[in-house]
Design a binder for this molecule. Structure first.
Ligand code: ZN
Length: 240
């Protein structure tokens, strides 16, 4: 089986379509999604429809729940808050209900857990950024692989048989008996300094972070037309 894993689309239709086109050409068996289909970008309803039709998994992201009124967004920065208010206004009733129905954690099969933020206290939307966080989180799930998103920065974290934590940047062999937390990065708003859309590709023996360029200028034009904050428009070109 070959799985593509995508996260944090954030209503960026051009990035989503480019990634799905690449995935289609790669003979992938299934596409898993990790939440945050909306927020920041100009096409929330279109992205929800596509993701619902073409992906599996679908735990809630903090922006999904915020747009559906399920979680507060006072802690969001002012740009994210403006975008989530715009999103909540434009969502169809059907899509609002759909976002509000998403669970925090989704088991995919016996070996794979999907969660937007972290397996430890997923409702608190923590970030996982160092070995100490990783150790804590590996204790909070029993599956072999946990896929996450949320930080918009891809990462592959290995927990060895002896409990050692190893970080890989974009590729790792899947070793027998070892466990993994894999951050698939972000399709619609990468923040690791590379503006190309990111996703993860898992097969039996390896995990790889892939990148796909997309028509950023079209997304930015639509954001400008929608009156979304300039900071959110400009960051797409820089991938920060
Ligand atoms: Zn996000």
């Amino acid at each position: 089986m070959r799985y593509a894993v995508i996260s944090d689309v954030h209503a960026n239709l051009e990035a989503l379509n480019s990634v799905l086109k690449k995935i289609c050409a790669e003979s992938i068996d299934r596409v898993l999604f990790l939440g945050d289909c909306v927020g920041y970008g100009p096409n929330p309803n279109e992205c929800i429809d596509i993701l619902q039709g073409q992906t599996e998994g679908f735990p809630a992201g903090n922006h999904d729940w915020a747009a559906a009124g399920l979680t507060g967004f006072r802690y969001f920065n002012p740009y994210a808050r403006t975008a989530i208010e715009w999103t909540a206004d434009i969502l169809t009733d059907k899509n609002r209900l759909f976002l509000g129905s998403l669970p925090l954690v989704k088991k995919f099969d016996d070996n794979i857990l999907l969660v937007h933020a972290t397996p430890r206290e997923p409702e608190k939307w923590h970030y996982l950024s160092n070995s100490q966080d990783a150790q804590l989180n590996f204790r909070c799930f029993k599956e072999r692989i946990c896929f996450t998103g949320h930080s918009h920065k891809p990462a592959i974290i290995e927990h060895s048989l002896k409990g050692k934590i190893i970080f890989y940047s974009d590729r790792a062999e899947i070793k027998k008996g070892h466990r993994y937390i894999i951050n698939a990065g972000s399709v619609g708003q990468p923040r690791d300094g590379n503006p190309d859309a990111a996703y993860a590709l898992l097969d039996n023996n390896s995990i790889e972070i892939k990148r796909v360029s997309y028509d950023i200028v079209s997304t930015q034009r639509k954001m400008r037309d929608a009156g979304l904050p300039l900071m959110l428009i400009e960051r797409l070109s820089r991938g920060i």
